[in-house]
Design a protein around this ligand. Sequence first.
Ligand code: ZN
Length: 361
Amino acid sequence: MDIPKTTNALVKSSGTGLEFRENVNIPSVGERDVKLKILSASICGSDLHIYNNDSVFRDRVLEGQIVGHEFCGEVIEVGSQVKTVAVGDIVAAESHVSCGSCYYCLNGMSHICQEVSALGFDRPGGFAQYTVIPVENAIVLPPTIHPDIGACLEPFGNAVYTARRVDLVNKVVWVIGCGPQGLMSIAVAKAAGARTVIATEAKQERIDLANAILDAHHRTERDMVINPIEDPDTLKKIYKATNGLGVDVIIEMSGQPKAIEDALLALKKRGHLVALGLSSSSKFEIDWNKGIVLKEAHIIGIYGRLLYETWTEVIHFLTTGKIDLSSTLYPRQFALSEYKEAFDLVLNGKVAKVIFKPNDL
Ligand code: ZN
């Protein structure tokens, strides 16, 4: 086949929103790059910040940049030095491009590289028919993983890294917030041997999704999903489920100050709070003495995924059938030109993963 030199793509516009453009130039393939035909791409929460031109990424994502960093594609061209990936491979993209030479990269922590750049932010992304990425960012997938799931492996990797940061075997786990990563971490907690999973979420559609993912992962009568806004007995129910001791592990996906305040009080002595959810108000009050010091709490922050241990776990969970993410996919798929409808769905916060099919629709 002729290798295309241009692509249809969603690019950052000068103000709020994105723009659908045809015939955007595809970057050239460097020695250690691969060119992908995008099979599926998914909208992330951080894409919403770009879409809304929020201050967090306003000066970073420049006008005309191809956005989107959750995607899966078929390799159609490889650079002269590429040895580990071949034309025809199906790959998921790891969006973080690390420098390879800073303190963190040299010490096995390249996911928190000091010079990190990211696909869809600082470099062309995957809301396009074609894109080019470094070979280190192309994770070869086995054929049993569907490309729509392949597009969701970045957030799934975040959930896996978060939930697997502490041993969950026989533990009572409280997942706060059932957005995509919360939903996925419910599945990981069950697959990783948690005795009981309690999920809290305020939106009814997400409560339904949380129940669906529990049903698909060996639900027991102890597992539950609670709406903490409507149910004033939420903390009482959590204490009751733990014989008054509190939960062993909290997986914090909400970034909600009130939820985190309550969570620390309901954490068992020597328990772990593992936090991935960013908070819009990064400074808020917690009970330092009761919530952390006197109970010897462990508080762990999470950034992204481990390169590449988490990817190995991600593929293991999916190929062994221990985890099934299909209930997190919104049933309708979208063409890139239908991006406004797709983004509106995610902006209202009631669906989990929405998929673009840049070459099929
Ligand atoms: Zn680095």
